[in-house]
Write a protein that binds this ligand. Structure first.
Ligand SMILES: *Cc1c(COP(=O)(O)O)cnc(C)c1O
Ligand SMILES: [Zn+2]
Length: 422
């Protein structure tokens, strides 16, 4: 039996049975939300049944997922998610915040948040016995799909723009995927992938196209929920009366808008189950040069007008975001907002996080850059508890990292030379 009831179109509200559609709404191309059997889940599970589970991976949320965990030994696919959250007290001081945490998604098997989506996708591909999975990617989605596919012996094909950072291309190749570098943008690769999947019957993972990516990404919300139950309790031991404080504010970088939509979906699932009283605030951060969703949010519309994207944060460089409508709603329906930051601010954020022991790729550091901007604008106040997501590892884009630092001097191997430079 299917683990979910139906798909619901985010634009027209039409409902489709599992098996009736695969990707987007046939009426209007709207993104589809996966509808779980909330009543049945409520009957069978209490929050403690989830929080007391042993699995240190996103599969601890299997009862709330539309797919089952693939059988077999633990592989990278079985070990995605369950990333750490830790405090950043020195940066909190600097920004005048009382409570600042970072959730480090670079600890995932292929070193980015995208592993969450790809783990669920490959599990789904195995369930429907898809022979080949395919995706367009600026790099990370592909690396994640290639990694999860390699883990369980699934065939994967990846289309990436030829400008993708070399480390990401190396990951794709090392994981044994068939890699095609497209002489064009991510958006060109996206369109080609959809056509190719159609033509050859491949199962397409494309972000903001396949409804299961958001179902994987929502597991970050579940982890934040579990972490917050603990953090909140500790905090109240020494602090103010219960619930007499502002809600948690989450900062996340936004390209296609699928991570922010997925996190929103996770919290909405918890709300529908009655497991949380209200939604945390979600703030989306975009690069100034790739801000189609922020533009729509600021104009008070759900109509996404494409841009000609230019930013060094390749993972969020998108002309036409494929999950823009739900991404606008994620901020609107949670009392959040959108912030845009320059490439210089992103580079500065890489340097500041680095000095805290966190190595973020540009799109990963973008969320923190957004927080710096938000604090200056008064969008967050000193007593707002804030969680920043680092969505990807700095090792994926060393060229960008080197822009955040001065090159190391080269010296002769003598004490004299050393003294001179000190
Ligand atoms: C994909 C990605 C994002 C943005 O996610 P979207 O779903 O495209 O909005 C942010 N950071 C990193 C590192 C990513 O790989
Ligand atoms: Zn529709």
């Amino acid at each position: 039996m299917s683990k979910f009831i139906s798909y619901r179109c985010s634009l027209c509200g039409a409902e489709y049975l599992p098996g009736q559609v695969t990707y987007t709404c046939p009426n209007d191309g709207g993104n589809l939300d996966v509808e779980l059997d909330y009543k049945n889940i409520q009957k069978k599970y209490q929050p403690e049944d989830i929080t007391s589970r042993g699995e240190p991976s996103l599969w601890r949320y299997e009862p709330l997922l539309p797919v089952g965990i693939p059988k077999g030994e633990a592989t990278p696919l079985h070990l995605a998610g369950w990333t750490p959250v830790f405090k950043l007290p020195r940066l909190a001081d600097k920004l005048g915040l009382e409570h600042l945490w970072l959730k480090d998604e670079s600890r995932n098997p292929s070193a980015s948040f995208k592993d969450r989506a790809s783990a669920i996708l490959v599990a789904r591909a195995q369930e429907i016995e898809a022979e080949v999975v395919v995706t367009a990617s600026t790099g990370n989605a592909g690396a994640a799909l290639a990694c999860m596919s390699a883990a369980v012996g699934q065939k994967a094909i990846i289309f990436a723009p030829k400008s993708a950072p070399p480390a990401k291309v190396a990951q794709l190749l090392i994981f044994g995927a068939k890699v095609l570098l497209v002489d064009g943008t991510y958006d060109d690769a996206f369109d080609l992938t959809v056509k190719a999947a159609d033509e050859f019957g491949w199962y397409c993972r494309n972000t903001g196209y396949n409804p299961f990516t958001a179902e994987g990404k929502k597991t970050a919300a579940f982890e934040i929920w579990e972490w917050w139950l603990e953090a909140h309790r500790d905090w109240h031991k020494k602090d103010s009366p219960l619930d007499n404080h502002p809600p948690l504010t989450i900062f996340v970088s936004v390209g296609d808008g699928n991570i922010i939509s997925g996190i929103h979906k996770g919290f909405k699932d918890l709300l529908r189950l009655g497991w949380i009283p209200n939604l945390p605030r979600i703030v989306g951060v975009q690069a100034e040069g790739s801000a189609a969703i922020a533009n729509a949010f600021n104009a008070g519309t759900e109509t996404i007008t494409p841009v000609s994207a230019t930013t060094l944060a390749d993972s969020i460089s998108v002309d036409l975001p494929r999950d823009g409508v739900r991404a606008v709603r994620a901020a609107k329906e949670t009392n959040g907002t959108y912030i845009t930051v320059s490439d210089d601010e992103i580079i500065q954020a890489i340097a500041e996080l680095g000095r805290m022991g966190v190595f973020a790729e540009p799109a990963g550091a973008t969320a923190y850059a957004g927080l710096v901007r938000a604090a200056a604008l008064g969008v967050v106040r000193s007593d707002d508890p804030v969680l920043v997501m680092n969505t990807g590892s700095g090792l994926k884009d060393v060229r960008a990292a080197m822009k955040a630092v001065v090159e190391a001097p080269i010296i002769e191997p003598t004490l004299e030379a050393l003294k001179k430079i000190l």
